[in-house]
Design a protein around this ligand. Structure first.
Ligand SMILES: [Zn+2]
Length: 196
């Protein structure tokens, strides 16, 4: 695999490496650091870099298997897509019910519910106790939707991502760590413009 590397020099004190989503290497370096030293650092991190690149590759392969032109994906199941199928409309039909059910099971209430469009997040929970869920959640397997709703509803007790918050999530969803990882593979959906 060919690796494109870019060195970005800024007023900083230490080096940091980042693998971008398209599989390039970004090096943030102090203004006056010698190029040799930077190269040495990159060499010393080659194991880490290779691991990250494999991860980018794996995620790409995962995303490629979806064909949103010809198929629809609902609650983790692929089927033939009707001409005027709308994810937004479908989401508005099914997501409120799913959220309601999970809220009842957890005994954590929300005041109002909204299905939202966002390129950044799967859901939010406001301090006015408004639960918002991204319509693209309907594409996900039900256990991931469940994790998202549990996560958001736990924010009604902890408005942060502190250890306390994650303990709370774990109480309702013992497998949350693995679900969080799985959800990460679906992050490409958020940016996708053809899913409407
Ligand atoms: Zn959160």
């Amino acid at each position: 695999m060919k690796l494109k590397a870019q060195i970005i020099r800024t007023k900083r004190k230490s080096l940091s490496l980042k693998i971008t989503n398209d599989g390039n290497l970004e090096i943030h370096a102090p203004l006056k650091m010698k190029t040799e030293d930077i190269e040495q650092f990159i060499k010393s991190k080659s194991n880490w870099i290779n691991k990250q690149l494999k991860e980018v590759e794996r995620k790409k392969k995962f995303a490629i298997q979806f064909d949103f032109q010809n198929f629809k994906y609902l609650l983790g199941t692929k089927s033939e897509k009707e001409k005027n199928f709308s994810y937004k409309a479908y989401a508005q039909q099914v997501l409120p019910g799913i959220a309601e059910k999970i809220s009842t099971n957890m005994d954590i209430k929300f005041k109002s519910y909204r299905t939202i469009t966002s390129k950044r997040v799967w859901g939010t929970f406001s301090n006015k106790k408004e639960l918002s869920i991204n319509y693209k959640c309907v594409i996900l397997p039900i256990q991931l939707i469940t994790y998202i709703v549990i996560h958001e509803l736990c924010h009604s007790k902890q408005m942060n991502h502190s250890p306390k918050f994650w303990k709370l999530v774990e109480g309702y969803c013992p497998k949350y760590k693995s679900l969080k990882k799985q959800l990460n593979d679906y992050a490409f959906l958020l940016q996708d413009k053809q899913i409407k």
